[in-house]
Ligand binder design. Sequence first.
Ligand SMILES: *Cc1c(COP(=O)(O)O)cnc(C)c1O
Length: 394
Amino acid sequence: MNSPLDLNRVLQVLKDVLSNKGASGLHEPQFNGNEWEYVKECLDTGWVSSVGRFVELFEAKLEEYTGVKYAVATVNGTAALHICLKLAGVEPGDEVFVPALTFVATANAVTYCGAVPHFVDIDINTLGIDSHKLADYLKENARVGPQGCFNMITGRRIKAVIPMHTFGHPVDIDPLMEICEKFRLEMIEDAAEALGSLYKGRHAGNFGIASALSFNGNKIITTGGGGAILTNQKPLALLAKHLTTTAKKPHQWFFVHDMVGYNYRLPNINAALGCAQIEQLPDFLNTKRMLASKYLTSFKCVDGITVFEEPPYARSNYWLNTLILDEGHENQLDKLIEMSNEMGISTRPVWRLLSRLQMFSSCPRMNLVTAESLEGRIINLPSSATLGEGYEKT
Ligand SMILES: *Cc1c(COP(=O)(O)O)cnc(C)c1O
């Protein structure tokens, strides 16, 4: 039997944690660093767009922070994912494994390549791709030959897998790397939510052939809109830069483009914001971990729910704090979200499973019991870095 869930008790604890914190949006940006100075420099010099010093500087700061050798800044995280898939050699008609529980961009990017997302279940301990289920599926249904890995059921080539680090919690990468090696798949990390998160001491985004970050307004740092491609391979970094800058051959005045490229470059004014934001990232991480720790301890003695805690191998950025209702309490989810929002506390349900969205309804999927169960039980809690101020790490 599950313990009963006392909604008023949950709301009271939420209120206590967030008391005297002012606005408690889900994830609000904070601009207390050099943002004004750097953006002013763009305006004063006129370099707001595709030329200027901040793009390269931001890329260098990302490389330094993540330990990934090359960063290429992009207009947003979705564009970064799109290019990552191109770098991995994903072609029209290919199949790409994607978790059923992720933001729609992960699967959209696959579709931009003319490829087909294949939805994989998630693991309740990581909220990321369930590598056991993926391995079982492949063992049963895939054949590896000289042309790569083929799905015997759909007849398509399976080219890649995109693990996503949900709410900033790194998935268990090692078993996935083994699967990729064995079945000759490329791994692309959707690390959009995971800037500042470590897997076994190494920053997320280091493990795939290429990885995507996002700096959308609600992410841990923001450039207004923005993203980045990370890769440890120089030829891929050069190709990423070329593809994201309309594939223009360098020349003082001639416009010669040698492939169909994209206008995915991050404008200088956005990169200026990014430079100021990343300087504050260690502080954001610090206060966010204090908030997470406060949520964890405060909800420990509340029956019927758990606060999701980073897996033992990980150091998470706790981008969004997460309540999980025990099984059997699904019917209380709407009510809890409604009541907390009425109190000015911005809670949110998790994304609708991508496998259930109309445009992906005919895409292949494996058994998704865990994702289906969690879809109705996850609530994200207010997680802005400022909300952790004044709390201690425990
Ligand atoms: C934010 C996000 C993206 C990218 O979003 P953009 O808004 O395009 O920057 C991709 N995947 C996930 C999981 C995300 O959370």
